[in-house]
Design a protein around this ligand. Structure first.
Ligand code: AMP
Length: 143
């Protein structure tokens, strides 16, 4: 798919936003929804998905880009408080060659620990009960 393509409203994140597909949610408001990544690269890997139907950061309106990064910061702070990682990586991919696989704008929040290697992107599906427990814990630290 090209970087500037047509938005496909049947993508999995559009379905999650619409309530037509399940997700282990941490947070939701009128701007974005945050939920656990089901193929986590580390424990606590979660996603912030702006609700605006945009394929990537280049398509997103400036207003939503500003609001979305505030949600990313809010979630990253809650992840830090809940899981006490040594570091947090925030990533966002634009276009398949850049590593994007779901073509609805989203940000990854990936906690990192010293000496723990990063899992493969889209690697192994996590245990859903573990993800739900992580989501509850992170949500309990949201301000
Ligand atoms: P990207 O490569 O940035 O497009 O990443 C898409 C991310 O979405 C990957 O890390 C996947 O593991 C994750 N993912 C795909 N489907 C789902 C889903 N149904 N629920 C939660 N995360 C998902």
């Amino acid at each position: 798919m090209s970087l500037s393509g047509t938005y496909d409203d049947q993508n999995i994140f559009a379905k999650i936003i619409a309530g037509d597909a399940p997700a282990i949610k941490i947070f939701e408001d009128d701007v974005a929804v945050a939920f656990m990544d089901i193929f986590p690269q580390s424990p606590g890997h979660c996603l912030v998905v702006p609700k605006e139907p945009a394929r990537n950061l280049l398509d997103l309106s400036e207003d939503m880009a500003a609001k979305a990064i505030q949600r990313v910061q809010k979630l990253a702070r809650a992840v830090e408080a809940a899981l006490q990682p040594d570091g947090i990586v925030v990533t966002q991919f634009n276009g398949a060659p850049a590593g994007q696989t779901v073509f609805h704008i989203h940000f990854h929040i990936i906690p990192r620990w010293e000496d723990v290697p990063l899992g493969r992107h889209g690697g192994k599906q996590a245990d859903m009960d573990e993800l739900a427990a992580q989501a509850r814990k992170i949500a309990s630290f949201l301000d």
